[in-house]
Design a protein around this ligand. Structure first.
Ligand code: GRF
Length: 196
């Protein structure tokens, strides 16, 4: 790839703290990626404001205004293709993507998941880690494949589960690590694409 930065689009559904960690990393001129667009499937979320605050184009594509998942995904694909994104980062994006979206998009898709995959795929990961008596929890940045939360892991960070932890306390401890893991994973994938 004969360019110095890969183009990244970030998909969100909410407050966008992971998006912010990517924005902050990309602000470094040596970072091998730039964010060209942020898209939320929920209108008026704080993550969109975070993008606008730093002059990144931000769009809401509200899944509720589409009759079917396919129509919603077609709109999403059209928007992503208009930016020619090389990498799509899912950052707290709370819609499951269909295999035809994943295969149809000409970009690498990565996601951050708040567990030590392959443990605790899906929702409520922190409560499930506590319930299971796990002594460690954490987060994983992984490639997105058709099977939910099952693609190869790029970066994983661990935290201890402490005695008396609530799901909220554990989530807060893991989130600190998410903000380190996502930029690290993006940097590694971006470098790999630039070297190809
Ligand atoms: C993060 O914990 C992420 O791992 C999970 O949803 C949360 C999103 O947080 N999938 P934010 O919107 O990035 O602040």
């Amino acid at each position: 790839m004969a360019k110095s930065k890969v183009k990244v689009a970030v998909l969100i559904s909410g407050r966008g703290s992971n998006l912010q960690s990517l924005i902050d990393a990309c602000a470094n001129e040596d970072f091998p990626a730039e964010i060209v667009a942020v898209i939320s499937n929920v209108p008026d979320v704080y993550g969109l404001e975070r993008a606008q605050n730093v002059g990144i184009e931000a769009h809401a594509i509200d899944h509720k205004s589409y009759e079917s998942r396919e129509n919603f995904e077609s709109a999403l694909i059209a928007k992503l293709q208009s930016y020619d994104a090389d990498i799509v980062c899912l950052a707290g994006f709370m819609r499951i993507l269909t295999p035809s979206f994943i295969d149809g998009l000409n970009a690498s898709i990565i996601n951050i998941h708040p567990s030590l995959l392959p443990k605790h795929k899906g929702l409520n990961t922190h409560a499930r880690a506590i319930e299971a008596g796990d002594t460690e929890a954490g987060c994983s940045v992984h490639h997105v494949v058709a099977d939910l939360d099952s693609g190869d892991v790029i970066v994983q960070k661990r935290v201890p589960v402490e005695k008396g932890d609530t799901a909220e306390a554990l989530a807060a401890r893991v989130l600190v690590q998410e903000h380190l893991a996502y930029p690290e994973a993006l940097e590694s994938l971006a470098k790999q694409l630039l070297d190809q």
